[in-house]
Design a protein around this ligand. Structure first.
Ligand code: SF4
Ligand code: SF4
Length: 97
């Protein structure tokens, strides 16, 4: 009989990543006013990299910590995030455990 899968926390998995940052963001907020009017600020919940932070009256995008999961392509109900992969060789690097 197969052994049960070991439970792991997302925080533990994040130690298996490292990032090679670009100088320019690959994630662009299209219209900051749309974020100001967004009641749910959903991106601050669904992003596993905690990239989006609402501070004061503005959305800050810590693109350097993006895991490139692509969730913000579909998660923002206003389609207010322009998403693309970082340039080749940059961005997240997943290491094997
Ligand atoms: S979910 Fe979309 S519109 Fe709402 S705060 Fe985030 S990026 Fe802005
Ligand atoms: S692609 Fe994933 S990790 Fe990167 S900003 Fe979007 S939701 Fe966050």
């Amino acid at each position: 009989m197969a052994e049960p899968l070991k439970k792991v926390k997302i925080e533990d998995l994040q130690y298996l990543t490292r990032f090679v940052s670009d100088k320019e963001s690959h994630l662009i907020i299209k219209n900051h006013q749309v974020c100001a009017d967004c009641e749910g600020k959903y991106c601050t919940f669904f992003c596993p990299g905690e990239v989006y932070k609402w501070e004061g009256d503005r959305m800050f995008v810590g693109f350097e910590g993006c895991h490139e999961c692509g969730s913000c392509r579909i998660g923002c109900p206003e389609d207010n995030i322009e998403w693309r992969y970082p340039k080749g060789g940059l961005g997240v690097i997943f290491r094997l455990a």
